[in-house]
Design a protein around this ligand. Structure first.
Ligand SMILES: [Zn+2]
Length: 84
């Protein structure tokens, strides 16, 4: 079966999401921002700057390196999409 570019993009995105969800267990939620911060990122993704990805002090950098925060982010983003 041949994938369309869109299917390939979605598959890669899925793999990245699964890797983050598996790769950064943080049972003690060390360094986790408030739920409101994660919610803000999920609702206003346009606020996320490219440099936040590599800035260790940014909330977005934390979310992409913390499985529970990332799971929460995906959950809120899905909920936000349904709501609009
Ligand atoms: Zn976290």
């Amino acid at each position: 079966m041949i994938e369309s570019p869109e299917e390939k993009y979605r598959r890669l995105q899925d793999e990245v999401q699964r890797a983050i969800l598996r790769g950064y267990p943080n049972p003690h939620r060390q360094g986790c921002p408030d739920d409101a911060v994660v919610r803000d990122l999920a609702m206003n993704p346009e606020k996320i700057q490219a440099e936040d990805e590599t800035n260790e002090k940014s909330a977005w950098n934390h979310v992409t390196h913390c499985s529970p925060c990332y799971a929460r982010f995906l959950e809120l983003r899905a909920a936000g999409r349904r709501g609009r």
